[in-house]
Design a protein around this ligand. Sequence first.
Ligand code: RI2
Length: 314
Amino acid sequence: MDKDPLTDAPDPDAAHEAIRSMDVRGAAHIGRTAAASLGRLARDAGVADDALRARLEAAGRHLIAARPTAVSLRNAVNLTLDGLREEGASDLRGAVVDRAVRYIDSSEAARDKIAAHGARAVPDGGAVLTHCHSSLAVAVLVKAHEEGKRFRVFTDETRPWWQGHITSTQLAEAGIDVTLIVDSAAHFIMDAEDVGLVLTGADTVTADGSLYNKVGTHAVALGAHSLKIPFMTACETHKFSPYSLQGEHPEVEERDPEEVLAGRTLKGVKVRNPVFDRTPPTLVQRYITEEGPVAPQEVEHTIQRRFGNMEGWL
Ligand code: RI2
């Protein structure tokens, strides 16, 4: 029997803190953690329906505030809290729990489908370049390797959180030939090595087809474009932003400069730490989703089809 996904879920306050501090990171993981914490609260809070509704909505708002850029967090909260708005739901608690479990299951199922779709785009021979750590990009590469494709991977290290180290370790554990590079070496490596694909994850994809992902992604995409290397992004449609249909674009998170300084003091120097950037749709060849590859110009239609009534959404 599959393990109940809510059993080990943190309460929403603990989930907020884990997401804010990056103990829980990666847009897909963040979304599933938020959904699980709301499901757990709904299941365990022994209060009447009105009080439960108020507590869940407050917890949802607090979770969304933990990190502003990855839309999977806000989507996870809203899709879970849709249980509160379910027409004719006699069991509010059960409806929210059910939505939370459905969100988690669909996110996990999406990963397997994305791996299968994405593996087709991975070159047999040559190399792939990645940026930051994306669980979905890793799933694609591992699947391609399991299917017998042989390729090398160059991984951008991605300061200041070094998520490229996670990518490198996971790929090496899967038996893939992996080489870690500093981010500023990306263009040199794309030019010097036989890189046939750049593959990243996504934090948010907006209706105009723009990609919001870990800072540095835009520069990598520009480099790939100049060298005519396909640039693709592995992402579940939970990363698509229905809010952007009304022109809302994600806030780019700026974190503590201390993360950049890492304990050093540079007298008279200002430090900034923006952690995401926007890559324009013209530089993205395909979003590899659970539904298959989606071109940037098809994102708006996918959002309209994928997200229904948003009434009452936070
Ligand atoms: P998956 C990460 O952000 C990276 O930007 C990565 O591309 C994205 O989340 C998606 O990751 P952070 O949370 O959902 O490390 O593919 O700041 O795992």
